[in-house]
Design a protein around this ligand. Structure first.
Ligand SMILES: Cc1ncc(COP(=O)(O)O)c(C=O)c1O
Length: 401
């Protein structure tokens, strides 16, 4: 590591809490799907901001909205009205389903809100069925809905969450009790390894929730805002939830979360029952609007569908040629390569060659490219990754010989 980067790392070691596994890379600049380190080396970023920079780094419409709004008014407290939040809510409803929006600041906060909505709506029923390998965030309520390994050391968790295998409708039915009020799931699991369920699982959940008077709550924090080639993953499966959580790419880099709920469900949050100081600020709302406009006007959903088809075809071919790929999974720009070996050396080797990707669950290479990535950039990224995977497989083979 060079001097400029070393100085930054040293300050982190001295002053920043050590709760992240950090790659030794100091990023100082970003544009689109590219970032630069402190020494000026350029990288292709196929996991921009853990999915936050869904339009790529520094998208010009988001930057323009941020600049414009910051000159007028950064924040309005939620006991007043302001036009930008109204427009952002209208735009979200237009693209999702009939209902109302609550703005907050993060994915976990959106999940907390959904849990509170379910409990209030249930009038005494309080159990929420959640999934194995789910990830919903790190605050206590969201953590309690998340897979058990993230809860270690933080027990006791919040009671009332019943966990079943993802994709197993019979298990959901078997978990029902008179206290059940909702089913909470990601429509496609992200952190859990890019797990795409059968459509029948989600349609089955919808029917079950209708029959038993339960809320169907989709955590679209990772899958939402065009990630799958539709505005939201629920549209991909044709299954509309009662409650949907959003964050990550919602603000194009600006921290903002949201919950969308059907009118009757949203009505349980009466004045005084829930709040957040920063939620839906002028700046956040302006960024949400800019993101939605960019997805519409730049026809990014069509672009995702087209480019991802090509990417998946190339990755399937790579799988056929490689002994260490078990499965290629995903939809749109949510891409997972399930390996039979530890994925971390591959992430590191890719980084050495100027490509940033992620590894989840120890052996699933995860990519969440920006919706704006060019065909050339995506092709280049897949070429680098293919080379790295092939070389890694060959090295393992020769070590065995
Ligand atoms: C599906 C899902 N829900 C919730 C969260 C938590 O979001 P945040 O980190 O903004 O609290 C995440 C974060 O990765 C996520 O992927």
């Amino acid at each position: 590591m060079k001097k400029a980067s070393e100085a930054v790392v040293k300050k982190y070691q001295r002053y920043v809490m050590d709760n992240y596994v950090r790659t030794p890379l100091v990023i100082t600049k970003g544009k689109g799907s590219r970032v630069w380190d402190a020494e000026g080396k350029q990288y292709l970023d196929l996991f921009p901001g853990w999915g936050v920079s869904g339009l790529g780094h520094g998208h010009r419409w988001v930057m323009r909205a941020l600049r414009g709004q910051s000159m007028r008014l950064a924040h309005v407290a939620n006991n007043y009205y302001h036009p930008t939040q109204a427009k952002a809510a209208e735009a979200l409803i237009k693209h999702s389903f009939e209902g109302k929006v609550f703005f907050c600041n993060s994915g976990a906060e959106a999940v907390e809100t959904a849990i509170k909505i379910a409990r209030k709506w249930g009038k005494g029923r309080h159990e929420i069925i959640v999934m194995d390998r789910a990830f919903h965030g790190r605050t206590m309520g969201a953590l309690s809905a998340t897979q058990a390994k993230y809860q270690e050391g933080f027990e006791p968790v919040v009671p009332g969450f019943v966990r079943v295998p993802f994709g197993d409708l019979a298990a959901v039915k078997a978990a029902l009790t008179p206290n059940t009020v909702a089913v909470l799931t990601e429509p496609i699991q992200g952190e859990g390894g890019i797990n795409v369920p059968e459509k029948s699982f989600l349609t089955g959940l919808r029917k079950l929730c209708d029959d038993k008077n339960l809320l169907l709550m989709f955590d679209e924090v990772q899958t939402g805002m065009g990630r799958t080639g539709e505005w939201f993953a629920f549209q991909h499966f044709g299954v509309t939830p009662d409650v949907m959580m959003l964050a990550k790419a919602l603000g194009g880099g600006f921290p903002v979360g949201a919950v969308v709920a059907g009118d009757k469900v949203a009505a349980v949050l009466t004045p005084g029952t829930h709040a957040t100081t920063f939620g839906g600020s002028g700046l956040a709302s302006a960024c949400v609007l800019a993101v939605i406009e960019a997805i519409e006007k730049e026809k990014l959903l069509a672009r995702v569908k087209l480019s991802s088809g090509r990417a998946f075809r190339r990755l399937e071919k790579l799988k056929a040629e490689s002994s260490i790929i078990r499965e290629v999974r995903g939809v749109g720009f949510m891409i997972g390569i399930d390996l039979s070996v530890d994925g971390r050396p591959i992430v590191e080797a890719a980084r050495q060659r100027g490509l940033l990707v992620n590894c989840t669950q120890g052996r699933v290479i995860r990519m969440l490219p920006a919706l704006t990535i060019t065909r050339v950039e995506l092709d280049r990224a897949i070429t680098i990754l293919s080379d790295v995977i092939k070389e890694h497989a060959e090295t393992r083979q020769s070590a065995k010989r």
